[in-house]
Write a protein that binds this ligand. Structure first.
Ligand code: G6P
Length: 371
């Protein structure tokens, strides 16, 4: 009913709008007054965390994209090697796991069969298995050694939105917590990041308040055949997530690439008028930033219509952007929390313009309980 949708036409719109609150709820009670994290629900002692020598993340769909971003955060802050794999592939090879491996399953529902079977496989190999989950008391939290709930509230729209943002918050918390327990060369940075995380609900709110032009852009592109997404570093999984959303909701051909791979193939796809959405890393990452700015120039010279997501005040991209979408300036690792939102709004609006029901896309289920 309209009341359940909080006055919005679709649950997805409501869930996108709820993101500041959802992010705040994921942080709630986990940052102490002294700025230290406590994640007791994970049921892993400091001694056990110090024994861990590798982290393996398993997930599917949008949750897998959260896992890809987690890898950057964990390897940087926690200083542990981290692998990420789609859950459906995991147990069909011979993953090397033992009691010093920490496996993190990421699943909104806690019920995806692919992820559940991977969790069982990991436990059989004696790995310690945690999950990041949104649904209290679902199967995965019951079968894992520990759980970090995202507390995003129920998500009805089939395409994940607020649960993705809160999964990101959860993986940042875990990476920073491991750094706090094990000690890291980034001690001061870890402390500063925890403080910054606490400000993310406002940044998310700020992005949401500037989405009018993104909606307009989406409507103007309702008839295009294909959209490409480019990113680097954590912007690469953001690009993958942007493309997935467009496939799920608008039934359009969409692909995400690591911008550095463009020259190794995808640049051949560029033709006159092809919309390409580029996630630009913060200017502070000068080398990556400048490389992606040259990518934007290259594709534009070949006729692409460039839609650029960059931090506010980044004037270097202005001459090469057909459309510029500004997001608040945040450290690179946290940028997915703000850069993903325009992509959610874009697909939702474009799909609606095509007349699709964004809450119930064809052929998809909210949680897939078969392998
Ligand atoms: C389904 C949904 C996706 C979701 C994926 C993983 O395919 O349509 O939106 O990302 O499952 O779900 P999970 O509950 O494990 O995060």
């Amino acid at each position: 009913s309209a009341a359940e949708k909080g006055g919005y036409d679709y649950f997805m719109l409501k869930e996108i709008a709820e993101q500041p609150r959802a992010v705040a709820d994921t942080l709630l009670g986990r940052i102490g007054r002294d700025g230290r994290l406590s994640l007791d629900e994970m049921h892993i002692t400091d001694a056990q965390l110090r024994e861990i020598d590798k982290i393996v993340i398993i997930a599917c769909g949008t949750s897998y994209h959260a896992g890809l971003i987690a890898k950057y955060a964990i390897e940087h802050w926690a200083g542990l090697p981290c692998e990420v794999e789609v859950a459906s592939e995991f147990r069909y090879r011979d993953p090397i796991l033992n009691s010093r491996t920490l496996v993190i399953a990421i699943s909104q529902s806690g019920e995806s069969m692919d992820t559940l079977m991977a969790v069982r496989h990991a436990r059989e190999q004696r790995a310690r298995v945690l999950c990041i989950c949104n649904v209290n008391g679902s199967t995965m939290p019951r079968e894992c050694d520990g759980v970090l709930y995202t507390h995003a509230g129920p998500e009805v729209g089939v395409a994940a939105t607020k649960t993705f943002l809160t999964q990101l918050v959860a993986v940042y918390l875990i990476a920073l917590y491991i750094a706090q327990v094990r000690g890291t060369k980034w001690g001061d940075e870890v402390f500063a990041m925890v403080q910054l995380l606490a400000t993310m609900p406002e940044k998310v709110e700020q992005v949401l308040s500037t989405m009018g032009p993104v909606r307009e852009l989406a409507r103007s592109l309702a008839d295009v055949k294909s959209v490409l997404f480019l990113g680097r570093h954590v912007g690469f999984p953001v690009a993958l997530e942007g493309a997935l959303k467009l496939k799920e909701l608008a039934y359009m051909h969409a692909e995400g690439f690591a911008a550095g791979e463009l020259k190794h193939g995808p640049i051949a796809l560029i033709e006159e008028g092809l919309p390409v959405i580029v996630v630009v890393p913060p200017r502070a990452r000068d080398v990556l930033h400048d490389k992606i700015v040259s990518n934007i120039q290259e594709i534009r010279a070949r006729g692409a219509r460039t839609i650029v997501i960059a931090e506010e005040g980044d004037t270097s991209v202005v001459p090469y952007s057909d459309t510029l979408i500004e997001v608040p300036a945040v450290p690179t690792l946290l940028q997915p929390l703000v850069a993903t939102i325009p992509l959610q709004v874009f697909s939702c609006e474009l799909a609606t313009a095509k007349g699709h029901d964004v809450d119930q896309p064809r052929n998809l289920a909210k949680s897939v309980t078969v392998e």
